[in-house]
Design a protein around this ligand. Structure first.
Ligand SMILES: [Zn+2]
Length: 239
């Protein structure tokens, strides 16, 4: 078992079982989980919490960073938790918008524990010494949020930013242009530690965001070139 890793005071990384996402636990006056992984990984999550002397019932709040099933599918494991999410995420989950959630395509049930409270741009969520500001960061999806702790300079980046500026997938509701907008938004803040939804943590934040933006601009150029080639082929095949 991968053990929970203390990544900042009272913040634990509960490492992912691949291909699902990491969870993060914040221990303060309450126990907050950021993302839930999937329901099938119940035993893994139970063991990780047990090593911190916690049970599934001890989780008070859960924050979904976006609607994807690998971040929200485990929500029902936490019956006592109040669930927080961006309104766009909440609506997709409420109306079971599989095109965006991606549960059924992996033969998994749609997330069943729906958001109770909404988190919008600029809202704050507090637990103990930490106060997180919600930053709406469309790109990977249109409902993605990052959580920024301004005093401790920590960012929960979910699937918006990965280590070394590796671009995330741009999925059904997202776009590269939106993601560049979100990166520029994040570049306005003083951040020293990025805690992503997948993969290793990132401490070289400035370089990481510059690299990510460069990679995305290159990707647009590549995609456009490909589209031009395909359009030429299509034109030829017509005549
Ligand atoms: Zn995702």
């Amino acid at each position: 078992m991968h053990k929970p890793k203390l990544v900042a005071p009272n913040i634990y990384l509960l490492p992912a079982l691949k291909p699902s996402a990491h969870c993060y636990l914040i221990r303060g006056e309450k126990n907050t989980l950021i993302d839930t992984s999937i329901k099938d990984y119940r035993d893994h999550i139970v063991q990780q919490l047990a090593s911190l002397e916690l049970t599934l019932d001890d989780i008070d709040d859960v924050i979904y960073t976006h609607c994807h099933h690998d971040h929200t599918g485990g929500g029902e494991l936490f019956p006592n938790a109040t669930i927080y999410a961006h309104p766009l995420c909440a609506f997709k989950l409420r109306y079971q918008d599989e095109n965006c959630i991606h549960s059924l395509k992996y033969q998994l049930p749609l997330p069943a524990h729906l958001p109770d409270k909404l988190l919008e741009e600029g809202d704050t969520y507090t637990n103990g010494d930490y106060s997180f500001t919600v930053i709406h960061t469309p790109g990977h999806t249109d409902d993605s949020i990052c959580l920024l702790e301004k005093n401790h300079k920590i960012l929960f980046s979910a699937d918006t930013v990965f280590v070394k500026g590796i671009p995330p997938l741009i999925t059904d509701s997202g776009s590269i242009g939106s993601l560049i907008y979100s990166i520029e938004k994040l570049q306005q803040y003083d951040i020293e530690l990025i805690l992503p939804g997948h993969g290793p943590l990132e401490k070289n934040v400035v370089e990481c965001l510059i690299k990510l933006k460069e990679n995305l601009i290159k990707k647009i150029a590549q995609d456009n070139k490909k589209t031009i080639e395909e359009a030429k082929k299509w034109q030829k095949s017509r005549y």
